[in-house]
Design a binder for this molecule. Sequence first.
Ligand SMILES: O=C(O)c1ccccc1N[C@@H]1O[C@H](COP(=O)(O)O)[C@@H](O)[C@H]1O
Length: 212
Amino acid sequence: MTNVRVKICGLRTVEDVAAVAAAGAAYAGFNFFAKSPRYVTAEEARALALTAPEGLCKVALVVDAEDALLDAITAAVPLDMLQLHGHETPARVAEVKARYGLPVMKVIGVAGEADLASLTEYSLVSDQILIDAKPPKDAVLPGGNGLTFDWRLLVGRKWLRPWMLAGGLTAGNVAEAIRLTGARQVDVASGVESAPGVKDAARIAEFVRAAG
Ligand SMILES: O=C(O)c1ccccc1N[C@@H]1O[C@H](COP(=O)(O)O)[C@@H](O)[C@H]1O
């Protein structure tokens, strides 16, 4: 385990989970957004989650999910956290947290200073905050696009909750992102893949090393 806690998101195979655990990442993310190349069904995620070693935090990524989907996911998959990656309001975040009894990480998409304004309000109802690049208006995916944002926006900031940095991180830029922002946790999806949705064990190991 490195000092900086790493989340590898969008795992689809047993080998992915093993690679994430072997590399020393702290979080393993399963993606339940159907349009994503990283999508897994609740049954697939259950099979993967059952192979995760104790201590690896298993996170379900959902986008504006209704209760029916969350009910199905939480019933099937042994989870440690929910990642809300859509337009969930603070009230919806609070509702999800209360209904499922799991820690909730709300995602804030950032393109400029103004996007940080909602962070305090979301911090009051979330256990963690994930700060990601805001997707382009015409993007199919609300995340996982391999896009960075201006990390200087985060310099010197303090928030009420633990937070994670995401958006276009790779083994080549993660150390600089951490140095600039002071992030103690980072998240990556596309930056450790050989093709969309295909994780690469060597890139995962390299990313975790570079973040450490
Ligand atoms: O990865 C996806 O396909 C995805 C789909 C829908 C919402 C979020 C998604 N991924 C999350 O996006 C960020 C950054 O991804 P990347 O490293 O820039 O590819 C990360 O938090 C993923 O969890």
